[in-house]
Design a protein around this ligand. Structure first.
Ligand SMILES: [Zn+2]
Ligand SMILES: [Zn+2]
Length: 117
C-alpha cells in the first residue's frame, strides 16, 4: 500500500484494525508517515465469525435481558417478556399496534381532506 500523493509507504493504525475486526470487518486506517492524510480500507471479513463466538454473544445477551413475568394489561393473562417496559402480551401488542396504525391512517386522511377543503 503506497501513498497516492508522495508514493511513500503507508502505515496501518493497529487500533483501527482491531476496531474493524471487532465489528466483523477486515482492514483498517492507513496513514502516510509524511502526513499526506489517511485512507480507510474496510471490507466485510471474508471469514464468517466462528459460530462459537456468536453463541457466546447470544448467551451474554440473554444475561442482559432478564425475562420478566407480567400480567398483560389488556387480556390479563400471565406472559413472559424481555422488554423492561412491556406491559402487554405479544398478541395484545400486535392488536394495539394495528389499531394505532389504523388510527394514524385515519388522521392522515382527515388532515388530507382538511387541506383539500
Ligand atoms: Zn504521503
Ligand atoms: Zn394480552
Amino acid at each position: 500500500m503506497l501513498c497516492a500523493k508522495c508514493g511513500g509507504v503507508l502505515c496501518v493504525d493497529g487500533r483501527s484494525v482491531s476496531d474493524l475486526a471487532f465489528s466483523g470487518y477486515s482492514g483498517g486506517r492507513y496513514f502516510c508517515v509524511m502526513g499526506c492524510g489517511d485512507v480507510w480500507i474496510k471490507e466485510l471479513a471474508a471469514e464468517p465469525e466462528p459460530p462459537m463466538l456468536s453463541e457466546r454473544l447470544e448467551r451474554r445477551k440473554g444475561q442482559h435481558h432478564t425475562v420478566r413475568h407480567i400480567i398483560c394489561l389488556d387480556c390479563h393473562q400471565p406472559t413472559d417478556t424481555l422488554g423492561s417496559y412491556t406491559q402487554r402480551c405479544i398478541p395484545c401488542r400486535v392488536v394495539r399496534h394495528r389499531e394505532q396504525e389504523r388510527e394514524r391512517a385515519r388522521r392522515t386522511r382527515q388532515r388530507h381532506h382538511a387541506a383539500v377543503a
